[in-house]
Design a protein around this ligand. Structure first.
Ligand SMILES: Cc1ncc(COP(=O)(O)O)c(C=O)c1O
Length: 410
């Protein structure tokens, strides 16, 4: 026994209780341990190609070689990351003619992935207004709560989607936000809502932008799937519209999915201030926050991304690869919806075809989800979130038949 313990002194970690495993990691482990040849992984949130791989994009491979060949040092870059990455990202997200850029009210820093941007943004909000409430959609991506709540911010949920009716609760959403306190922050998924796949239409974005302006609420836009719905420009239409109309906004950006750079942790945070002075002051806080958490963002992924953005040949290769990922997911949505129509004899699941991005909530009971996993070897999150990139032409009919069967029994 350690001497401290013998003397009755408590050790530092003695008080820590074992936490339960993250539910997605637990699901992954169960999937790996499943020996069935028909097993289907609709759980983990990564893109998969027709062979079930999460590929390194060809444009990334090429850019990576060029980056490594040109690299002469591993010395530090900066707390804000790469300048050329930041300016290219800002233009890609806001567009070249955006008012916030024209008025020089936007400041962009490279972050460790979208999660890094969300956390740095949350710390900035806390530094500016510790008592503020952040309103997040119900449901939302599971990691929003620890990322924002972990910074000490109070979170509340606003109605967003009805999983049983498979539709947005837009009126209820506006009604709830209309009662939020002035100065509160509203976290909004920019496109390809995770986990529902249900996005606002242009008129709804307009109504939301008006409400945010009228009620003086601050949008925190989470852009993790740019290019997965329609294309790079169209997928930021809501972000651009909102950011045109409000004096202040935050935008968290991830290149994990659209460049397949997951583990390289390439992301960015854009902060828009009411004027240049406020934007500069906010930037100074962002840089201090970055220094106090991780000092500098990892360079490799951002160097690859910046190389692709600056090179027209590589950029067009990226756009083609991005379109191929988007099309494959849309095709699988259509195929699964068609197979579900065949299996159930009804159009209950047609919503899957119309939704966007990688995820949809199937909207079945927890028992049906469990039955799908235990009896049919089909793995999805317990709230019935499915990753459509796990659907393949060879498994769509099996998945549809199993859903019909499991739902019937549950
Ligand atoms: C809604 C949403 N926001 C942000 C992220 C952040 O991703 P990352 O930190 O891997 O770039 C993700 C990733 O799954 C996401 O789904």
């Amino acid at each position: 026994m350690w001497p401290d313990k013998k003397m009755g002194r408590r050790l530092l970690f003695q008080q820590l209780k074992q936490l339960s495993a993250d539910s997605i990691l637990g699901l992954m482990a169960k999937y790996r341990a499943d020996a069935s040849s028909v097993k289907v992984d609709l759980g983990v949130g990564v893109y998969r190609d027709l062979s079930g791989n999460t590929p390194v994009l060809a444009c990334v491979r090429r850019a990576e070689q060029a980056v490594l060949a040109a690299q002469t040092t591993k010395s530090y870059v900066a707390a804000a990351g790469r300048e050329e990455f930041n300016s290219a990202v800002e233009e890609m997200v806001l567009g070249s003619a955006h008012a916030a850029r024209r008025d020089r009210r936007a400041r962009t820093v490279q972050t460790p992935g979208g999660c890094g941007a969300l956390r740095v943004g949350a710390e900035l909000i806390r530094a500016a207004a510790p008592a503020v409430t952040v309103h997040v959609s119900d449901p939302t991506w599971g990691n929003h709560t620890p990322l924002l709540g972990g910074a000490g911010l109070r979170l509340e949920r606003y109605p967003y989607y009805d999983p049983a009716a498979h539709q947005l609760r837009f009126d209820a959403m506006l009604d709830r936000l209309d009662h939020a306190a002035e100065g509160d922050v509203v976290l909004i998924h920019a496109c390809c809502h995770n986990p529902t796949g249900a996005d606002l239409d242009p008129a709804q974005w307009q109504a939301l932008a008006q409400l945010l302006t009228r009620r003086r609420l601050v949008p925190f836009l989470d852009l993790a799937y740019q290019g997965f719905a329609v294309d790079l420009d169209a997928d930021t239409a809501g972000v651009r519209l909102v950011a045109e109309q409000v004096p202040e906004a935050l935008i968290a950006i991830s290149f994990s999915k659209n460049l397949g750079l997951y583990r390289e942790r390439a992301g960015a945070l854009i902060v828009i201030g009411e004027n240049q002075t406020r934007a500069d002051a906010s930037l100074s806080h962002v840089l201090q926050i970055a220094r106090s958490i991780y000092s500098m963002p990892p360079d490799h992924g951002a160097a690859i991304a910046a190389h692709i953005f600056a090179n027209p040949m590589l950029k067009s290769e990226w756009l083609a690869e991005l379109a191929a990922m988007r099309t494959r997911i849309a095709d699988m949505r259509a195929l699964l919806a068609q197979q579900l129509r065949r299996a159930t004899g009804a159009g209950t699941f047609d919503f899957i075809r119309a939704q966007r991005g990688m995820f949809s909530l199937l909207g079945v009971s927890a028992q049906a989800v469990e039955r799908l996993r235990e009896k049919h070897h089909i793995y999805m999150l317990s709230d019935s979130r499915m990753n459509l990139a796990g659907i393949m032409p060879h498994n769509a009919a099996y998945v549809a038949d199993s859903i019909e069967y499991a739902e019937h029994l549950a």
